[in-house]
Design a protein around this ligand. Structure first.
Ligand SMILES: Cc1ncc(COP(=O)(O)O)c(C=O)c1O
Length: 346
C-alpha cells in the first residue's frame, strides 16, 4: 500500500513498462548530454502538454532532490537569492534541497546549509505575506505535504501565495515530486487550485519505478537557464524516459486519473468508519490516516506482520500511496486487515 513511497505508479513489472524498457535497452541505453534523443524530446513534449502551458521547457534529472536543486539554481538566475519554504516540508537530502526541507531533525547534523532560506507555517497566508517580498527569488511548496503526514493546505492558500508571488515578481515553484503523475487524481497535484506555477518539479512516479526526475520551467522562467548553466550525465536517459512515456500513455489511455479520484472516495469513507481513526485526508491515492493515539509505528509494524506495507509518517499518522493500478479487491483487503489491526491496538 506504499508503492515504493508513491513511486511505482503501475506496480511492479507492468507489461507496458517492461516492453518499452526492453525494446529501448536493445538499441540505445545511454547518450551523452551533448546530444538529445527522441525519447527525451517526446517525454518533454508530453510533460509540457500535461502542464497545459506550451511555453514551458524541461530539464531531466534522476531524483526529486536533483530536480529541486535545478529549481534553486534557476531561481538564482533571477538575480535574487532568498527562498521561502514551508515548515514541515520535505524537498530532499542533498545540501541545497535539504536547505529547503522544513524539518529540523533531518538538517541539524549538516549545518551550515544554504543561507537565505526562510521557513514559514504551511497554510498561514498572513505569514506568507510578511515573508515574501521583492528580495525573494522563489517560494517552494508541496501542494500536499507528503512526508509530513499528508497535510492539505486551506482551499485558497496556493492561489493567494500565487498572487503574492506575482505582485513581487517571485518564482512560485511547486514540488510535485510526491503528488505528481496522477497520484492525487490530477497530473501534478496543484491543479485543484487553478494556479499556474513558474516551476514544477516531478520525480518518484515519473519513471514508473526507474530513476527519473524533471524540472519544468513554465512561461518566462523557461528563459532563465541558457545552455551550459546546468546539466546531468544520466538525466533523461533513453531507458528511463522510455519507461515514463509508456507509463504516462497507459495512464491516459486507461483513464486512471478518474479511477484514482473514485478510489479516494471509496477508501476514505471506509477508513473513516474504522474505530480509532479520527481523520482521513489527502487526495486520490495519497492518503493520511490520522489515529486517535500516537501509535502509528505500532500499527505499521502489525500491518507489516500481516503482509501490508504502510508508512508511519508521524506519531499519529499512517500514510498510504499504493500503485495507481491498485484494485478494488486489494483496497478491500487492506481495509479488512487495517480494521483487524486497529481493533487489536485500541
Ligand atoms: C515532495 C518531495 N520532494 C522531494 C523529494 C526527494 O526526492 P528524492 O528522494 O527522489 O531525492 C521527496 C521524497 O520523498 C518528496 O516527497
Amino acid at each position: 500500500m506504499l508503492g515504493g513511497i508513491a513511486t511505482s505508479v503501475l506496480g511492479h513489472a507492468h507489461p507496458v513498462v517492461v516492453s518499452a524498457v526492453s525494446r529501448q535497452i536493445k538499441t540505445l541505453s545511454h547518450v551523452s548530454n551533448f546530444y538529445s534523443h527522441p525519447n527525451a524530446i517526446e517525454l518533454a513534449q508530453i510533460l509540457i502538454r500535461l502542464t497545459g502551458k506550451k511555453d514551458s521547457r524541461v530539464f531531466f534529472a534522476q531524483s526529486g532532490a536533483e530536480a529541486n536543486e535545478a529549481a534553486i539554481k534557476l531561481s538564482r538566475k533571477t538575480g535574487r537569492t532568498e527562498i521561502v519554504a514551508m515548515n514541515g516540508s520535505f524537498h530532499g537530502r542533498t545540501m541545497g534541497s535539504l536547505s529547503l526541507t522544513g524539518q529540523r531533525s533531518k538538517k541539524i547534523a549538516f549545518a551550515p546549509l544554504l543561507k537565505n532560506v526562510k521557513h514559514i507555517p504551511f497554510g498561514d497566508i498572513k505569514k506568507a505575506r510578511r515573508a515574501i517580498n521583492s528580495k525573494t527569488a522563489m517560494v517552494i511548496i508541496e501542494p500536499i505535504m507528503g512526508e509530513a503526514g499528508v497535510i492539505v493546505p486551506p482551499t485558497n492558500y496556493l492561489k493567494e501565495v500565487r498572487e503574492i508571488c506575482t505582485a513581487h515578481g517571485v518564482l512560485l515553484a511547486i514540488d510535485a515530486v510526491q503528488t505528481g503523475i496522477g497520484r492525487t487524481g490530477q497530473w501534478f497535484g496543484y491543479e485543484y487550485s487553478g494556479i499556474t506555477p513558474d516551476v514544477i518539479t516531478v520525480a518518484k512516479g515519473l519513471g514508473a519505478g526507474l530513476p527519473l526526475a524533471a524540472m519544468i520551467a513554465v512561461g518566462e522562467s523557461s528563459q532563465l537557464f541558457i545552455p551550459g548553466d546546468h546539466g546531468s550525465t544520466f538525466g533523461g536517459n533513453p531507458v528511463t524516459t522510455a519507461a515514463s512515456i509508456a507509463a504516462i500513455k497507459w495512464i491516459e489511455k486507461n483513464k486512471i486519473l478518474g479511477k484514482v479520484k473514485a478510489d479516494y472516495k471509496c477508501i476514505s469513507t471506509a477508513l473513516h468508519a474504522v474505530p480509532g481513526v479520527t481523520e482521513v485526508r489527502g487526495a486520490g491515492l495519497l492518503i493520511g490516516i490520522e489515529l486517535s493515539k500516537n501509535n502509528s509505528a505500532q500499527v505499521a509494524t502489525l500491518l507489516e506482520d500481516s503482509g501490508v506495507l504502510v508508512n508511519a509518517a508521524n506519531p499519529n499518522t499512517i500514510r498510504i500511496a499504493p500503485a495507481l493500478t491498485v484494485s478494488k479487491i486489494e483496497l478491500r483487503l487492506f481495509i479488512k486487515v487495517f480494521k483487524e489491526v486497529m481493533s487489536r491496538v485500541n
